[in-house]
Ligand binder design. Structure first.
Ligand SMILES: Cc1cc2nc3c(=O)[nH]c(=O)nc-3n(C[C@H](O)[C@H](O)[C@H](O)COP(=O)(O)OP(=O)(O)OC[C@H]3O[C@@H](n4cnc5c(N)ncnc54)[C@H](O)[C@@H]3O)c2cc1C
Length: 391
C-alpha cells in the first residue's frame, strides 16, 4: 500500500510533475537531515537554498519579480511534499505565503522590487507577527500601536510566539493605528527590519524539535520610515486576510505532510513487524486505524486543494471558509495519524532511533496555530451555520 497521491483529476500534469520533483528533493534530504540540523542547533539552510534555487519557494510569486507565477495551490503542494519526506520548511508558511502574498498584492512597486525577488530566490526571509500575549486568539484586542511622527511611524507593543525572527531580515508586524478609537480592529502592516533600534527579541524555550525558533518581541518606540507601511492604512483587514488565508492553507499542508510521513513510517513497520504468526499489520486493530488516518488525510487534502483553488481564483471570501475548514481537518488528521503511528511502533514509537515521538508535539502545533481548533469551530458555527455567538 502506498499513501502516495492518485489525484490526476484534481491536479494538472504540471502540478503533478512539480509534486514528483519536490518529493524527490525531499527524499534526498529526508528525516535524517532534518534531525541532524535540529541536533546541531542549526537551520535547514541547505534545503532552503536548494528548494529556492529550483524555484519551489517562490512558485506562488509573480514572474516579473522572479517567482514562478503560480499560486497557493503550487506552494502548498511543495510544503506538503517536503513534510511527507520528513523535512518540512515552516518558514514557507510565513515568508512566501503570507508576506510574499501581501506584498505582491498590496505593496508599492518599490516594496515589490525590494522584497519579492529575494523572497522568491530564498536569499531573503520574512517573519510575520500578529499574536500578542494579552490578546491571544482574540486579535481584536491587539494593542501594538503605530503613531505618526512627521512622515515616520513609531511602533510600540509586544508580540509572542513569532517564528523565525532570528533568520528573517524583517518581520511583517500587525499593528493598529493609534486613532482607532472605536475599538474595532483596524490593522496595519509594517515592515520592521531585524536590527531596527527598539526591536527586541528573546527566544521562547519550546518543547518542539524544530529548526525554527519562536520569539517574544518587544517593540519599544521603533521608528520606521513612511514606506514601512504595507498597503493602505484604511483597508488593513482585507489586506490582512489576504495573508491569513494562505497561512491557514499552508498550515494544512504542513500538517498533511507530517501526517503522511508518520503514516508511511507506521505502515512500513506494520508490514514487517511480526510477534505472532502474522505481521502486526494483519491485525485489524492496527490496520483499521491506519486506514482511517489515511482517509482523514486524503479528505483534508481535498479541502486544502479546494481552499487553495478558491484563493488563487480570487475568491477571498470563499477561500476564508475553506481555508479554516482545511486547517481544522488537516490539523486533526495529523494529530490522529501521528498518534496512531507512534502506537503502531509500540516501544519503538518512543525511541530516538525511530524519531516519531517528537511529532506528537509537532502535530499539536497545527491544532493550535495560527488559529486554534476552537476558534475555527466558532467561525463555522457563527459564519457558516448562523448560530449565535457566545463570546
Ligand atoms: C510553534 C508555534 C509557532 C507560532 N508562530 C507564530 C508566528 O510566526 N506568528 C504569530 O503571530 N504567531 C505565531 N504563533 C502563535 C499562534 O498563532 C497562537 O498560539 C494561537 O493563535 C493561539 O493563541 P494563544 O496561544 O494566545 O492561545 P489562547 O488564545 O490563550 O487560547 C488558549 C485556548 O483557549 C481556547 N479559546 C480561546 N478563546 C476561545 C473561545 N472564544 N472559545 C473557545 N475556545 C477558546 C483556544 O482554542 C485555546 O485552546 C505560533 C504558535 C506556535 C505554537
Amino acid at each position: 500500500m502506498s499513501t502516495a497521491l492518485r489525484n490526476s483529476v484534481i491536479e494538472t500534469e504540471e502540478q503533478r510533475d512539480l509534486r514528483a520533483a519536490v518529493a524527490a528533493l525531499g527524499k534526498r534530504y529526508g528525516r535524517e537531515y532534518f534531525t541532524r540540523v535540529v541536533a546541531e542547533g542549526r537551520h535547514s539552510d541547505e534545503l532552503w537554498a536548494e528548494a529556492a534555487g529550483l524555484g519551489y519557494l517562490g512558485v506562488n510569486l509573480p514572474e516579473e519579480y522572479g517567482g514562478g507565477g503560480g499560486g497557493i495551490v503550487e506552494l502548498s503542494l511543495v510544503l506538503e511534499e517536503l513534510g511527507a519526506a520528513g523535512c518540512p520548511l515552516l518558514m514557507m508558511v510565513v515568508s512566501p505565503a503570507i508576506c510574499g502574498t501581501v506584498i505582491a498584492r498590496f505593496g508599492t512597486d518599490e516594496q515589490k522590487r525590494a522584497w519579492l525577488p529575494g523572497l522568491a530566490d530564498g536569499s531573503r526571509t520574512m517573519a510575520f507577527g500578529i499574536t500578542e500575549p494579552d490578546a491571544g486568539s482574540n486579535s481584536h484586542r491587539i494593542t501594538t500601536t503605530a503613531r505618526r511622527e512627521g512622515s515616520d511611524w513609531i511602533l510600540t507593543g509586544r508580540k509572542v510566539f513569532v517564528s523565525g525572527v532570528d533568520i528573517a531580515e524583517a518581520t511583517l508586524i500587525v499593528g493598529r493605528t493609534e486613532d482607532a478609537r472605536t475599538g474595532r480592529l483596524k490593522p496595519c502592516l509594517f515592515l520592521v527590519p531585524r536590527d531596527a533600534p527598539g526591536f527586541g527579541r528573546s527566544p521562547i524555550p519550546m518543547e518542539l524539535a524544530a529548526p525554527e525558533k519562536q520569539f517574544e518581541l518587544v517593540l519599544d518606540d521603533v521608528r520606521l520610515p513612511a514606506d514601512a507601511l504595507v498597503g493602505d492604512e484604511d483597508a488593513g483587514l482585507l489586506q490582512l486576510f489576504a495573508g491569513l488565508n494562505p497561512e491557514r492553507i499552508m498550515t494544512a499542508a504542513f500538517a498533511l505532510g507530517m501526517g503522511r510521513y508518520a503514516l508511511d513510517r507506521a505502515v512500513d513497520y506494520a508490514r514487517t513487524r511480526q510477534v505472532w504468526k502474522d505481521p502486526i499489520g494483519a491485525h485489524q486493530a492496527i490496520a483499521h486505524p491506519l486506514a482511517q488516518a489515511h482517509i482523514d488525510l486524503e479528505c483534508a487534502r481535498l479541502m486544502m486543494q479546494k481552499a487553495a483553488h478558491l484563493y488563487d481564483a480570487g475568491d477571498d471570501l470563499g477561500a476564508g471558509e475553506a481555508a479554516n475548514m482545511a486547517k481544522y481537518a488537516a490539523g486533526e488528521a495529523a494529530v490522529r495519524a501521528v498518534d496512531q503511528a507512534v502506537h503502531t511502533l509500540g516501544g519503538n514509537g518512543l525511541t530516538h532511533e525511530y524519531g516519531l515521538a517528537s511529532l506528537i508535539t509537532a502535530a499539536r502545533v497545527a491544532r493550535i496555530a495560527p488559529v486554534s481548533r476552537e476558534m475555527i469551530l466558532n467561525y463555522v458555527s457563527h459564519q457558516t451555520l448562523g448560530l449565535p455567538k457566545s463570546y
